[in-house]
Design a protein around this ligand. Sequence first.
Ligand code: SAH
Length: 502
Amino acid sequence: MANVFLVGAGPGDPGMLTLRAKEIIETCDIMIYDYLANADFLKWCKPECEILYVGKKGGDHTLPQDKINDLIVEKARSGKVICRLKGGDPYVFGRGGEEGEELVEAGIDFEVVPGITAGVAAPAYAGIPVTHRDHTTSVCFITGHEDPTKTESGNNWEVYGQSNSTLVFYMGVGNLPMIAENLMKNGRPADTPVALVRWGTRCNQTSFVSTLENVADEARERDWKAPSIIVVGGVCGLHDKLAWFEKKPMLGQGVVVTRAREQASGLVKVLQGHGACVHEFPTISVEPLNDYSAVETAILQLARYQWVIFTSVNGVKFFWEQLAEIGLDSRIFCGMQVAAIGPATADEIRARGIEPDFVPEKYVAEHVVKGLLELEIQGADVLIPRAKVAREVLPRELKAAGCNVTVLPVYETKLVQASGDEIEASLEKGDIQYVTFTSSSTVENFFDLVSPDTLKQYPDVKIASIGPVTSETLSKFGFAADIEPEEYTIPGLVGALIKEAE
Ligand code: SAH
C-alpha cells in the first residue's frame, strides 16, 4: 500500500473536503501543507503527527519547489504515512503532477485524492455555473500567472478570444489588465461579462461582476486582491439570479462564540450555515470531577427521590456516564419523575429513552420552579445533578416550596487559561461584529481574559445575550445586551442574531 497521499483540501469551506481526505488527515504521521489549504483541518491530525508548513503566498516561498520535492521524498523513505495537503485539487495548478513525478522517480508509491477545485467551487458559490446550455459548451481552466522564466506565452489568446468557452483564470489578479486586453484584442466582445470571486466558499467571500472593458479599472478601484478566481463568459450574467451563498444573512459577519468547546459545535455550525465567520473563544471548559464516589452513592440510592431535575446537557451526559460505570442504565428512573430545564437538555434525556415529565415554557430557573409547583412537587425528595458551581435559585426556591433538595455535582466548569490576544487583534482589525454570551459564567470568564475597557473601545460591536440572567451579569461589567432573544435558547439566540443582521 502507498504511504504518500497527494490530497486536495478543497477551496476553503471545510465542508468541501472529501471523506477520503479527512480519513488521511486523521491517520497520517506527517502532514506537509500549503498556504491555501484551510488550516482548520490540522485539528484533525493525530496529536503526535509531525506538521510541516511549506506554503507559498504570492512571491513569498517558504521552501522552493525542488526543496519541497526533496522533503517529501526524504520523509516518504521513512515509511511513515504522509499527507501532502494542497488547496483545491492537487493536480489543478497545484504542482501535484511534479511532486508525483519526483515520487515515481524515487521509486515511492503514492495515491492522489482529488479535491474540489476553486475554479468550479468559487464560481458556484458566487452564483455562476461554469457551464450552462444557453451560454457555452465548454470551460477552460487557465493560469493567469505563467512561469516567469518562460519566454513565450503558453496561452493561445487567439483560441480563447475566438471561442465561446467559459474561461476560468487562476492566479490572475496581477495580470487582469493584460488578460482582458488580450481577450478583447482576439475577438471577445468588450461587453462580455467577467466575474471576480475572492476567497470563494469561505465566510469572507466577496465577488463582483463587470465586463471585459471595465473589469481592470473596477478591480483597481476596489483594490482587489488575490486569491481570486476570474471567470469570463455569459454564465457570469447568472450571478445575481443564482447567488445563493452571498444572500446568506450573516455572510462575512464576525461572531465570537464564548461557549465551552464541548458545547459550542451546534451554535458554531448554525452560525456558519448562515454565513457567519465564527471566532471560537471558549471561556469555560467542561471537566469531569476528580472523585465520583458521591455520585455513585446517590445513584445507588436513587429510589429515595421522586423527582430528578437535569439543568444542562452536560449534567445528563455525566450522570449517565456514571450510571454506565456501575453497570446500570435508564431503567433506574422507573417510577420517578424526570424534568429538564430546557429543550436541549430534554432532547439529551430523550436520546436515552426517557420522555421528560416536565420541560418549562421559559428556560430560566424561576419558571421551572413555577411549573414544577403546578405539578405539586411540594414536599417531594428532589435530586438535581448539575455542575459543581451553578446558580442557586432552583434549589433555593424548591426548598422554600417545601421540597427536600439534594444538589449533586456531576461535573465542573473551569476557566479556560487562554489569552485574549487573538480576539483583541480581531477586534482591532474590525473582523468582529458580534460577541455572544450563553451563560453568566461565559460573561465573567470572557472579561477575565479581555478587559471590559478593551471591548468598550469598539462601540459598534454588538453584544448578544441568551437571556435575562446573562444580561444582568453583563450589566455588572457595564454592558447592556444589544440582542436578547424572546426564547432563551441557542436557536432563539441565533434567530435574534439573524434578525439583527438582516
Ligand atoms: N490547486 C488549487 C489552485 C492553486 S493555484 C485548486 O485546485 O483550487 C492558487 C490560485 O487558486 C489562487 O491564486 C486563486 O486564483 C485560486 N484560488 C484558490 N482558492 C481560492 C478561493 N477560495 N477563492 C478564489 N480563488 C482561489
